[in-house]
Write a protein that binds this ligand. Structure first.
Ligand code: M6R
Length: 607
């Protein structure tokens, strides 16, 4: 989810200025490294964001066209050498890329065998070398680019430039958005319309498999089989800020809406045909992992609730004892760990102070430390022995939503990985893998129904207290539902294991105290129905999260929010989405600053 901006025009030497201004409006997409290339002045790259890039650009750096990028690392640390643009071996062909090239290792091997030398750890660099290789045969930039794109597997949104034809840009899209700006004597390429809008409102959204060739005067779009295709321009009247949010009112909603894409990105290239998981970051500790006797998961906030779901998954399907502990507790007591313990930190930012210190404590005690981290190159990612990256893209809203969806998906993959090392049968693993693959479409169904959730949130918006209950895999999701509502709506909300309700919290229930009950069709469904009955007997209003087609529950609950069925282990990934939407619409109804809730920070780097 990095930012791309490219420009070709006939206005003198203005390209760098246009590109740098555009990059600033893309900073919300990535900010760990930045780079710019113009055929006239070459490339400048740096770790950090646009301010750092500006400092490094020498006087006289100019050009009529160029490509620029802001990176949110997926392969390789956020260093200067890994920053985009990347070039081929001749320095003639330059590329900026969003997405992941899945077969880059095999392509790299082949190209190295025929003499190509690579300088970065990125998957992106392969694209420039492939174009170089095809250019030798085709002697035509467009044809070479199309041929190169036919070689790769994975996702991409790219902008390509060739010094031999300096005013020409090539853009392509496969799973990662690319929009073309149609100006007067100038054309733009960007990963979203925000940097284009100050120049033109007329844009073309590329579709998957499109390759666009742009010069200042014209644009032509091809398919990957080199046939031409026509795409109608759209006039957009979004402000730059609306464009950053893809037209959504808040980042929180945009990030919830990214759920299906996030699951796909977390899974990409990681499910094996036999149902196991291929987790590159764990390969070199696979032997140690095969010998561990215990797992400790440590995290804070939403990530901690993700860890609690992980405990259910790992114990049931990998057969390893798991404990989950708040990092802020773990680091101050005397946890017993040894070489047979794997300590896993879960963190979106990779910078949470308590989680980091817990990992340091684990290391001191000799545990194998692992990270499930979203921010590549963050401190936790660097200090753990090995890990799994989420690939969820930057999360801007303070309330964590898509990161949790991704953490749960990564934990399911980790369960398959460890499970197949132990007693998980190939049949069961294949069943889980198939359900994982089906999740994006199911999440999309929940998202498509979001207006119904908005109506329910509005109906209860005057409530001052809320109870969230769930059992087994959905117990941590009840905790998360309550946390989400608290942090964005400033409403008192408690999450409870439904079985615990009668041990205290039920005393609070009356007609003014609504509950959200996660009661999807699973092994504890009947127990949840009884809990709902108990709430109703105290006149407590109940909103049920229920499985599609469950007419029974609608007879008891006041309101039902339906989700598609999946296997119990994966229910949290689906069931958390309506709770995120509920909290979002609730806060919106109250008129709060959803993306920046009071008293909270996105990254908690203090104790
Ligand atoms: O960056 P981390 O995942 O380590 O952050 C952990 C918590 O601070 C975070 O999940 C926090 O609870 C969120 N605001 C919840 O929405």
């Amino acid at each position: 989810m990095c930012g791309i901006f490219a420009y070709t025009g006939s206005k003198g030497s203005e390209a760098p200025d246009i590109l740098l201004k555009g990059l600033i409006s893309l900073e919300y997409r990535g900010y760990d490294s930045a780079g710019i290339f113009t055929p006239e002045s070459g490339a400048v790259k740096t770790p950090g964001a646009v301010a750092e890039l500006k400092k490094k650009i020498p006087k006289g750096f100019g050009g009529k066209s160029g490509i620029a990028h802001l990176r949110w690392a997926t392969h390789g640390e956020p260093t200067e050498v890994n920053a985009h643009p990347h070039s081929d071996s001749t320095g003639e062909i330059w590329v900026v890329h969003n997405g992941i090239i899945e077969n880059f290792k095999e392509l790299k091997k082949k190209l190295e065998a025929s003499g190509h030398r690579f300088v970065s750890d990125t998957d992106t660099e392969i694209l420039a070398h492939l174009v170089e290789e095809h250019l030798k045969a085709e002697q035509n930039f467009e044809k070479a680019a199309i041929a190169a794109l036919n070689d790769v597997r994975g996702t991409y949104g790219i902008a390509l430039q060739y010094k031999g034809e300096p005013d020409k840009l090539i853009a392509a899209r496969m799973g990662s958005p690319i929009v073309i700006g149609l100006g007067d004597g100038e054309h733009f390429i960007a990963s979203d319309p925000s940097p284009i809008l100050p120049h033109t409102k007329s844009v073309v959204f590329l579709e998957d498999g499109d390759v666009a060739v742009l010069t200042p005067e014209k644009h032509t779009i091809y398919k990957l089989d080199a046939t031409k295709v026509k795409r109608d321009p759209t006039e957009i009247d979004w402000s730059a800020e609306e464009a950053q949010k893809s037209g959504y009112e808040h980042f929180m909603l945009k990030e919830i809406m990214e759920g299906p894409e996030v699951v796909e990105n977390t899974l990409r290239g990681r499910l094996r045909a036999d149902g196991g998981a291929k987790l590159g970051g764990l390969e070199f500790v696979a032997k140690e992992l095969g010998q561990i006797e215990r797992i400790l998961i440590t995290a804070c906030g939403t990530a901690y609730y993700g860890g609690l779901v992980g405990e259910y998954m790992l114990e049931e399907f990998a057969g390893i004892p798991v404990e989950v502990e708040l990092a802020s507790e773990f680091r101050y007591r005397s946890p017993v760990l040894n070489q047979k313990t794997a300590l896993i930190a879960i963190s979106q930012s990779g910078e949470t102070a308590d989680t980091l210190e817990a990992i340091r404590e684990g290391k001191r005690k000799g545990a194998l430390t692992l990270g499930i981290v979203n921010a590549v190159g963050s401190t936790i990612a660097r200090e753990t022995d090995a890990g799994v990256y989420n690939h969820a893209g930057p999360e801007v809203s303070v309330a964590s939503t898509k990161a949790l969806v991704s953490q749960l998906t990564a934990l399911a993959l980790f369960t398959l990985f460890l499970g197949r090392q132990r007693a998980l049968s190939p049949q069961k693993a294949a069943e889980i893998a198939a359900e994982l693959r089906a999740l994006p479409a199911k999440i999309q169904k929940v998202l498509d129904d979001r207006e119904k959730i908005a109506v329910v949130a509005k109906k209860y918006a005057q409530a001052r207290d809320f109870l969230f209950i769930g059992r087994k895999y959905n117990f941590p999701i009840a905790l998360e539902g309550a946390l989400k509502l608290k942090e964005v709506s400033y409403i008192h909300a408690e999450g409870y294991g439904a079985g615990e309700m009668k041990h205290g919290p039920i005393a609070m229930i009356d007609e003014n105290f609504p509950s959200v009950a996660i009661a999807t069709k699973n092994s504890v469904y009947d127990k949840m129905l009884s809990n709902i009955e108990q709430l109703k007997a105290r006149k407590g209003p109940v909103i049920a999260i229920a499985t599609e087609g469950d007419a029974e529950i609608a007879k008891t609950a006041d309101d039902c929010i339906y989700v598609p069925p999946t296997i119990e282990m994966l229910e949290p990934i689906l069931n958390v989405v309506p709770l995120q939407l509920f909290a979002y619409y609730f806060a919106k109804e109250k008129g709060y600053n959803v993306d920046r809730p009071r008293n909270l920070a996105k990254s908690v780097t203090v104790e």
